[in-house]
Design a protein around this ligand. Structure first.
Ligand code: SF4
Ligand code: SF4
Length: 320
């Protein structure tokens, strides 16, 4: 697979610094039941990297000592980590808001029959990937049968109250294009999703986040293989918005890899661009327990233009 990393390291992206830390994003490993074409972590069923219990305990220590508001769990399929329930239970007991970046087909996998009720019991915010409301597009991007299983998974969550504005259980969907283009306006697309998913399947949800694809990992390789890399980067650079620069997620979030090493965001994690606070080449979460990250420089690269293009893109959707 071709790698865009060497092309992304040199950049004229504006220098940015961290603000107050609010969210600890933890990648529980690269194991996933799917293998999507746009995946920026190259996750899949044969990946073996998973966060161990010792590292999960460091995460819990960090949440408690630093009084972090939000734990944002990602992967792979984070639920496939054997300590997923242990972490969620302990974090919610501390009063931390837990978010699960879930591909809803996992709710249909054998062995995960308990999952929807577990998430509801702990009031976990579910951020469910649903790259299109069209079956054909979803199956092309994610694999045959994925649309059908995603719909079944979302229905399971709806049946427990997820997506109902009065239940307090939040179900937010995530859209990303399956082509080297910017996503359409978030509000317009949200209206379409709401109308179509309700009319065709009776599915309700709270928010829709639109994300631009990052020119890294599997999607980056695809850009290079098809000769689209330069054009896509020109599109991202040409759509730069200063307003988005103020709200990029890395200002208030750190991303932890499955071994406990820390990055400014999930994308930097995939590009092996660590957050550095000393003369060591990378930083472990356990070394940050006594350090205030506000004001620390953020490591940037050409891919950062993917966060500031157009309406902006972060793990919580459009920025402006
Ligand atoms: S995009 Fe999500 S669901 Fe698809 S392979 Fe990657 S981690 Fe798994
Ligand atoms: S890719 Fe986005 S979130 Fe990550 S460091 Fe760059 S601007 Fe920040």
């Amino acid at each position: 697979m071709q790698d865009t990393r060497p092309l992304l390291l040199q950049t004229d992206f504006p220098a940015i610094r961290r603000d107050v830390l609010q969210t600890l994003q933890v990648n529980l490993g690269y194991l996933c039941n799917l293998s999507c074409t746009h995946c920026h972590v190259n996750a899949g069923p044969t990946r073996t990297e998973l966060m161990d219990r010792e590292t999960i305990n460091v995460v819990l220590d960090y949440l408690s000592i630093k009084e972090i508001d939000t734990l944002d769990l990602t992967g792979g399929s984070p639920e496939m980590n054997p300590y997923f329930c242990y972490l969620v239970e302990a974090a919610s007991k501390m009063g931390v808001r837990v978010m699960d970046r879930c591909n809803p087909t996992i709710l249909e996998e054998k062995g995960y029959e308990y999952l929807a009720e577990f998430l509801a019991k702990h009031e976990v915010i579910v951020i469910a990937s649903m790259p299109c409301h069209s079956e054909q597009n979803v199956d092309r991007q994610r694999g045959n049968g994925v649309y059908r299983d995603s719909i079944a998974g979302l229905k399971k969550l709806n049946a427990l109250g997820y997506g109902n504005p009065d239940s307090g259980l939040l179900l937010n969907l995530v859209y990303n294009p399956d082509a080297p283009v910017l996503p359409p306006p978030q509000e317009e697309l949200k209206r379409d999703y709401r109308r179509i998913l309700w009319a065709e399947h009776g599915i309700a949800f709270n928010e829709l986040y639109v994300l631009a694809n990052m020119p890294i990992s599997r999607f980056g390789a695809r850009l290079l293989a098809k000769g689209d890399y330069v054009e896509y980067m020109n599109l991202l650079r040409g759509s730069f918005s200063q307003e988005n620069l103020e709200t990029v997620m890395c200002r208030s979030l750190i991303s932890v890899d499955y071994q406990g090493y820390v990055y400014d965001c999930d994308f930097n994690q995939m590009l092996l661009m660590p957050l550095i606070v000393s003369d060591k080449p990378r930083t472990h979460l356990s070394e940050l327990l006594k350090i205030d990250l506000a004001g620390v420089d953020i490591a940037t690269g050409e891919h950062c233009y993917g966060c500031t293009a157009g309406q902006g893109s972060s793990c919580s959707g459009a920025l402006s």
